[in-house]
Design a protein around this ligand. Structure first.
Ligand code: FES
Ligand SMILES: [Fe+2]
Length: 434
């Protein structure tokens, strides 16, 4: 099925989304060009490539990309494509190299992508081929920038600068880093990665969907509460147990946490409080924070309690937990979700242990919570093949979003998150003002 801008315009209204947005491969193709080919996309964290020659690979939409640190310690985000006949240059997820060498005809490249060597150059004499012409090098992405170690890139030369694009939602990324007494975080351990048989947007729409946890996660919350009752007061497993029950919080609780939306489709739930607010604070951690920041600033940092924050379309973070999730679309009905855990530099090891525990208990493929959500997405993907109705609805609290200039807010149970995302979707897809 083809898709004109006029068609797209009619697919998303302020209160309804057409089913084609989740099921039509032609729309997925356009999203890969117009959203993933234009927005700032999260590439990785600087700590993944600490030394010269370290690289990590990924895809943006369908395009293969490599992030690499060069000999001057500068990070580059390059198209993972040979300048000769286009072979993908680097095939492994990550590693260390002195330079890049194509597996096909052996062209070699510097770590910043510049073409270095072409075998048997004699054949190119008097042909008009110029080895120094930049078109034969590995191409840099149009834009790449780092914010506190988090590297983003855009294929759009006219994209706004990264800080402008992050807007007020950038406060949450700052808060994640400020929770380190040194103000810095680093990736710890490996990645948890699993495929989701659903459209990539369903994962994003679920992040601040606070109408689902008390339904979808009910059974695991009940099981966790039963288990907690069996634990002695001083049990070392209390930390584990306290992570799960907040997922069963009431509608009133979630309503009170609020949702805040920003330009370019970003949003978070919580702020003053979230489902993470009541986790106990390790006294050793509190002590190093007080020493680093003083009482007032420590209180400010630790009481900015968001749950999920989305940087549309690729990155979601939990600042209070120090883990992030990344979505990578594969096809209209398939995506991969990755979870990465972070160490707060200068904090006791117990903080990292809690982060990894959370990532495994809540976000991994073997977790007790993530697969509940996955089942719901998969059922939506199946259900939307039905022609019983053409529409998915998002009316909750429509018409009552409060405008604060650079952000808008509403109750935590509202569909403000969906309205924010689809405002950005229309901006990227049909050029509507954002
Ligand atoms: S395609 Fe890479 S050297 Fe020929
Ligand atoms: Fe969930």
């Amino acid at each position: 099925m083809t898709c004109t801008d006029e068609d797209i315009d009619g697919l998303v209204t302020p209160t309804k989304i057409h089913r084609r947005v989740y099921t039509d491969a032609a729309i997925f193709d356009l999203e890969m060009q117009r959203i993933w080919g234009k927005a700032w996309i999260f590439i990785g964290h600087e700590s993944q490539v600490p030394d010269p020659g370290d690289y990590t690979t990924l895809t943006i939409g369908r395009a293969p990309i490599v992030m690499v640190r060069d000999k001057q310690h500068e990070i580059h985000v390059l198209h993972n494509r040979c300048g000769h006949k286009g072979a993908k240059l680097v095939d492994k997820p990550c590693g260390k190299v002195g330079g890049f060498r194509c597996c096909y005809h052996g062209w070699t490249y510097r770590l910043d992508g510049k073409l270095l060597g072409v075998p048997h150059m004699a054949g190119y004499e008097d042909t008009g081929f110029d080895k120094d012409d930049p078109q034969y090098s590995m191409q840099k992405l149009a834009r790449y920038e780092s914010h506190r170690g988090f590297v983003f890139a855009s294929m759009d030369p006219s994209a706004p600068d990264l800080r402008t694009w992050l807007g007020g939602a950038g406060d949450v990324l700052d808060n994640l880093c400020d929770r380190s007494p040194e103000g810095e975080v680093e990736v710890a351990g490996g990645v948890l990665r699993y495929e989701h048989e659903c459209n990539w947007k369903m994962f994003l729409e679920n992040l601040n969907d606070t109408m689902h946890p008390m339904i979808v996660h009910r059974s695991v919350v009940d099981a966790a509460n039963d288990y907690i009752k069996t634990l002695p007061e001083d049990s070392p497993h209390r930390d584990e147990a306290e992570i799960i029950p907040p997922f069963g919080a009431s509608y009133e609780n979630f309503e009170a946490t609020g949702i805040t939306g920003f330009r370019y489709g970003h949003h978070y739930d919580g702020g003053k409080s979230s489902i993470h607010s009541n986790y106990s604070v390790d006294p050793d951690y509190e002590a190093v924070m007080l020493e680093a920041y003083g009482a007032e600033r420590t209180r400010e940092i630790l009481t900015f309690n968001t749950h999920n924050t989305l940087y549309y379309p690729s990155l979601t973070i939990k600042s209070a937990i120090q883990n992030i999730r990344i979505v990578r679309p594969i096809a209209v009905d398939r995506c991969v979700v990755e979870t990465w855990s972070f160490r707060l530099k200068g904090a006791p090891d117990s903080m990292l242990q809690r982060t990894i525990l959370y990532s495994r208990l809540i976000n991994s493929n073997g977790s007790m919570v993530g697969p509940d959500d996955l089942t719901a997405y998969f059922r939506m993907q199946q259900g939307l093949e039905s022609r019983a109705s053409e529409w998915v609805e998002m009316h909750r609290n429509y018409g009552s979003d409060e405008d604060h200039g650079d952000r808008w807010t509403n109750k935590g149970t509202s569909d403000l998150d969906m309205r924010s995302q689809y405002g950005a979707w229309r901006h990227y897809m049909i050029g509507e003002a954002v």
